[in-house]
Design a protein around this ligand. Structure first.
Ligand code: PXL
Length: 276
């Protein structure tokens, strides 16, 4: 069985980070190990006065123990980090714990809607640029992509602008890129991704006005890691996880609970792995 380590916070409530990554990766047939970055009563997007405990020093103790037992990973999948210092730590962790030929996936979780999330300062962006340089796959949303590329966030994205963002992200050293949540025009939202041979693939979906759910990016990236680790190529993995995420959005009734309770991805797990 392949072993994936996911580097994520523990947001106890709200179905993001590890409470999305662990079930989705297990469903994909991966043994999944958690390296926790912070402990929160709930994620920071909507629940009000959440608690936050930075686990940077504990991560170092955990890594030392893992070194002593000789563990290594087929995939290192890093999501929400709890401090600037953790970006450098994860860079060293990749060198120390990734098996030869293993996959490095960095989701540069920093912000949404053109803004950094609570607790993040601008200096985190340059630290994250360095970490993305080590990745086989990066999965920024459009806000994070613009921050990493140092291109102003805007409302609608032309092909030319997406191309410029891709060039800036490749220049960081990332090999395969998928950017999520791109508004193409008033009615469509979707993805742009490395298609191969220098081409950029585009997936457009109808934009459901005013419907968004916390943790959607974590559900998408976790599914992408699962699909890639099952042996699917990058472009195929992007398409399968985009389809899965769209199904999760469709099935989640935003009238029965607020957006910050996240997606009902549990109801779609069968779909994720059928025939893939
Ligand atoms: O889904 C991204 C995410 C992960 N972890 C924490 C968050 C967020 C987004 O707000 O607050 C703690």
């Amino acid at each position: 069985m392949k072993k994936v380590v996911t580097v994520q916070d523990i947001s106890c409530v709200g179905k993001c980070s590890c409470t999305a990554a662990l079930p989705i990766l297990s469903c994909c047939g991966m043994e999944t190990v958690l390296l926790p970055t912070a402990l929160l009563s709930a994620h920071t997007d909507g629940f009000g006065e959440n608690t936050f405990l930075d686990l940077t020093s504990e991560m170092k103790r955990i890594a030392s123990h893992w070194k002593s037992i000789g563990i290594s990973f087929d995939c290192i999948y890093s999501g929400y980090l709890g401090s600037c210092e953790q970006t450098e730590f994860i860079s060293d962790f990749i060198d120390a714990f990734k098996k030869d030929g293993g996959l490095t996936v960095i989701d540069p979780v920093m912000g949404d809607g053109g803004r950094l999330y609570k607790y993040f300062e601008n200096d985190f962006i340059s630290d994250m640029r360095a970490l993305c340089g080590k990745a086989d796959i990066i999965t920024p949303n459009i806000t994070e992509a613009c921050m990493l590329a140092d291109i102003p966030f805007c409302e609608n994205y032309s092909e030319g602008l997406i191309n410029d963002i891709f060039l800036a992200l490749y220049a960081l050293g990332a090999k395969n890129i998928v950017i999520t949540g791109i508004k193409f025009d008033a009615d469509t939202i979707g993805y742009a991704y490395t298609e191969g041979n220098g081409a950029i693939g585009i997936i457009k979906e109808p934009f459901h006005h005013n419907v968004r759910f916390a943790g959607t990016g974590d559900v998408f990236t976790s599914a992408l890691v699962g699909m890639a680790m099952r042996g699917n190529g990058f472009a195929q993995s992007v398409r399968a996880s985009a389809e899965f995420t769209e199904k999760c959005i469709d099935i989640t009734d935003d009238k029965t609970k607020p957006f910050y309770y996240g997606l009902n991805f549990e109801e779609c797990l069968d779909f994720l792995t059928s025939n893939k």
